[in-house]
Write a protein that binds this ligand. Structure first.
Ligand code: ADP
Ligand code: MG
Length: 585
């Protein structure tokens, strides 16, 4: 028998699509505030949004009637018919968000559309009105969502781990802040101020606020116009590439969206062959296009956008990036013309480094005496590795030199080995680091002058949420203001000759991947990330060093591949060589 679903059931089902997770709620509420013309939006989260999400704005507010209507399905003040979709300029348009959120939470709306202090308040539980009365709230709207998913226990249980959720929310607010520099944003997570971005005069100023002044300085301005599309933005200079992909943002008509295959391809192609392997561009791209040329309605949470002329958009973005990259530095006025105002460094703890201090510290680190300990971080754990492959102090290893500054040649019994010195050193270091971890033997090297690194709030949060694991792995990384990490110690095993910024970038990259992983897997991943960046290719290496490397490699559990799966050596047996010379025919 066919039945018409009740309004309540319809809302719960819709909630499942629109409100998959707390971050979606924050996004919908923030978009409503933007649509209401807010100049200031304050967001508060507790317990990753499951306990509390509160979004307050100073926008146009809602009258008493509007407030009641706002919780009805498909009630919207933004469009009146389907044709309006084509010229949509607001963020919301479905009229689904508020009723969907209300269906799965306890929601309190407070709003004043007229004079401050002359407002209305309504309290709902699972969509049912509990209370409705006048209130003395300021002009604007505040929406408070408590106990999200309390009546859909399966969904609540399904929520990702708390750090992942906090990260999503932070990232989302970060994105909104990047694109709407005309609006002030704050994000408070469990009582702690994570994002605070006062109204900024230009996108450049806001970028400085969100990405940190040092990161911003590493970028060039980009622009391009075409009758149907225009792009502006900032991309990292070729020589300032990053060691992860986390600092890439795309906005289409001020809507934060995923880069998607199309724009990722444009970006990668534009930098192709100009960046060393494992280095990535940072990018903040603002695309403006006639709304009739895109479809934002393809995805319930509107994270994806489909351009009607994909090929043209791809090539347009590509050439804009190329021309920005090839612009001679001295013509690069746009970026310098309006120099970002002095950074408003705001800190959690109240202390903030001066620009000079930051500069100085990274400089001093570089001049730290660096004995080339590339292959010889052996001292501290001599005797730790057992004899894993029956190869003891083996005098049958004969180092034969190096070719192309990359491969070490070795004779071992009746085999001729070509060892990829980089892959081999990485394997050795990886296994040693892991072993030290399991045996609780990790030692740290304090940095006399800590290294500071600029990161956006979401990346600072990643480090904070993993600080215990990182400490166990020999790192001391603390927040130093909302955009800055301070590295005060690093694991000894990485040797003296490492670039802290790159290694930490790698670590952030490996931690930002979406997938949820087991603690054991995470440790291995972090160690892999640290080892990858800590070993440099193209080093000259002497015969004694080759001997040591070969010995160390042979003692590994998995000597034939590097931690990322590349081979560490190629073997030619004496027989094979003889056959090639037709000696034994
Ligand atoms: P949509 O944004 O798609 O219109 P929503 O369910 O998000 O649908 O909101 C319904 C309506 O409630 C909006 O069209 C708007 O008129 C009103 N509204 C929601 N949030 C606010 C706010 N913060 N300030 C003013 N009006 C709001
Ligand atoms: Mg909306």
């Amino acid at each position: 028998m066919i039945k018409i679903l009740s309004e309540d059931t319809i809302n719960k089902i819709a909630a499942g699509e629109v409100i998959e997770r707390p971050a979606n709620v924050v996004k919908e509420l923030t978009e409503n505030s933007l649509d209401a013309g807010a100049r200031s939006i304050n967001i508060e989260i507790e317990d990753a949004g499951l306990k509390l999400i509160r979004v307050s704005d100073d926008g146009i507010g809602m009258s008493r009637q509007d407030m009641t209507l706002s919780l009805q399905r498909h009630a919207t003040s933004k469009i009146t018919g389907f044709n309006d979709l084509e010229k949509l300029t607001t963020m919301g348009f479905r009229g689904e968000a508020l009723p969907s959120i209300a269906a799965v939470s306890n929601i309190t709306l407070q709003s004043s559309a007229g004079r401050s202090g002359d407002g209305w308040k309504e309290v709902y539980s699972a969509g049912k009105l509990l209370e409705s009365k006048a209130c003395g709230c300021p002009r604007g709207t505040s929406v408070e969502v408590r106990n999200l998913f309390f009546n859909t226990p399966a969904r609540r249980k399904f929520m990702k781990s708390e750090p992942t959720e906090k990260l999503h929310i932070t990232k989302m607010v970060e994105e909104m802040a990047l694109v709407r520099n005309d609006v002030s944003f704050t994000l408070v997570v469990d009582g702690k101020n994570i994002v605070s971005a006062p109204v900024a005069a230009s996108p450049a100023e806001r970028l400085t606020d969100i990405l940190g002044p040092d990161s911003f300085k590493k970028m060039v301005y980009l622009e391009g116009t075409h009758p149907q599309i225009s792009i502006t933005g900032f991309i990292t200079k070729l020589e300032e590439s990053l060691s992860n992909r986390s600092t890439q943002y795309l906005f289409v008509n001020t809507r934060p969206v995923n880069l998607g295959k199309l724009i990722t391809h444009s970006l990668n192609e534009a930098y192709r062959e100009m960046l060393p392997k494992g280095r990535y561009p940072g990018a903040v791209l603002f695309i403006a296009v006639d709304p009739s040329n895109i479809d934002v309605n393809i995805h319930p949470t509107k994270r994806e956008v489909k351009f009607s002329k994909e090929k043209e958009v791809h090539d347009f973005v590509y050439s804009a990036i190329r021309s920005a990259l090839s612009r001679p530095a001295k013509l690069d006025l746009k970026n310098d013309q309006a120099p970002p105002p002095l950074p408003r460094v705001q800190t959690f703890a109240g202390t903030s480094p001066s620009r000079a201090e930051i500069k100085e510290s990274s400089h001093l680190y570089e001049t730290k005496p660096s004995t080339n300990k590339f292959f010889s971080s052996r001292q501290e754990n001599e005797g730790v590795s057992g004899n894993l492959h029956g190869i003891q102090e083996d005098t049958n290893i004969r180092p034969l030199g190096q070719i192309f500054n990359t491969y070490a040649l070795v004779q071992y019994h009746n085999d001729f080995l070509i060892i990829d010195q980089h892959a081999a050193a990485e394997r050795v270091r990886y296994e040693r680091y892991l072993e030290q971890f399991h045996k609780n033997q990790i030692t740290s090297q304090p940095l006399l002058i800590p290294v500071t690194i600029d990161v956006p709030p979401s990346q600072a949060l990643i480090i904070k949420d993993n600080s215990r694991t990182l400490r166990d792995l020999g790192w001391d990384i603390a927040e130093f203001g909302k955009n800055t990490l301070k590295v005060s110690a690093y694991p000894n095993i990485l040797g003296a000759d490492i670039e802290i910024t790159t290694v930490v970038g790698n670590i952030i990259g490996s931690l930002s991947e979406e997938k949820r992983i087991e603690p054991k897997e995470k440790i291995e991943k972090l160690i892999r990330a640290a080892c990858r960046a800590s070993i440099k290719a193209n080093d000259q290496i002497s015969n004694p060093e080759i001997l040591q490397l070969a010995k160390d490699l042979f003692k590994c559990n998995t000597p034939y591949t590097c931690p990322h799966g590349r081979p560490t050596l190629i073997k030619l047996t004496k027989d094979e060589i003889s056959r090639k010379f037709r000696r034994n025919e």
